[in-house]
Design a protein around this ligand. Structure first.
Ligand SMILES: N[C@@H](CCC(=O)N[C@@H](CS)C(=O)NCC(=O)O)C(=O)O
Length: 208
């Protein structure tokens, strides 16, 4: 049994999607970041970073970092085929993409959304955000090229949990206006992901 502390439209969407795809038993606990619920002392006890999401497994095992949650869920539900198995070479590329998304694309996005955390110059936030936007477009451009040559999914014909992460991040478009018009292969992946019944349930929940 899983408990996912989530906020609409946030990084909780990736583990939420993985849980739905896995057919796992889970409950959602709303931790609305817009209302500052991620800074409540009770929540900080669970996740001292004050970020959403947090995942609790079987009432006692607590973890943060959405990409790590996605990997754990994929491993605990192998029948859902959310990741290549440990004996498959493609697992290396699964790790590669998920790590790239969480290590390069997502941090650039967080720099855009929280520029004040990345400069000591009060007048420098716009420059930080602008540079982040540039970087996000470059990164999506490379991923789009990869998908054009080797798609429609990150691992070719095979949907995996890293595609859920792409779906989530590519929906954050304030930091990359018209993402889907500019990157059609990314759009194709996102459309395929969105058409999945499990992802539909996640999308509807996040839409309120
Ligand atoms: N790398 C973390 C990032 C989590 C994160 O930054 N979440 C945002 C919502 S998308 C958040 O909690 N923001 C509130 C804040 O940083 O104050 C993850 O993927 O779990």
């Amino acid at each position: 049994m899983y408990t996912l502390y989530w906020s609409p439209g946030s990084a909780s969407m990736a583990p939420h999607g993985a849980l739905e795809e896995a057919g796992a038993r889970y409950e959602l606990r709303l931790t609305n970041t817009d209302a500052g619920a991620h800074r409540d002392p009770a929540y900080l006890k669970l996740n001292p970073n004050g970020r959403v999401p947090t995942l609790v497994v079987d009432g006692s095992f607590v973890m943060f970092e959405s990409a790590a949650m996605v990997m754990l869920i994929a491993d605990r539900h192998p029948e859902a085929r959310l990741a290549p198995g440990p004996d498959e070479m493609a697992r290396g590329h699964f790790y590669q993409w998920l790590t790239h998304l969480t290590n390069s694309v997502q941090p650039a996005m967080l720099r855009y959304y929280y520029p004040e955390r990345h400069t000591t110059d009060a007048g420098g936030t716009e420059a930080v955000a602008n540079k982040a936007m540039e970087e996000i477009a470059t990164l999506w451009g490379r991923i789009d090229q990869h998908l054009a040559a080797h798609g429609p999914y990150l691992l070719g014909d095979r949907f995996c949990a890293a595609d859920i992460f792409v779906f989530m991040l590519s929906g954050w478009q304030q930091c990359c206006p018209n993402t889907y018009e500019r990157f059609p292969h990314l759009k194709r992946l996102a459309d395929l992901a969105a058409a999945r019944p499990a992802m539909q349930r996640v999308i509807q929940k996040n839409a309120g």
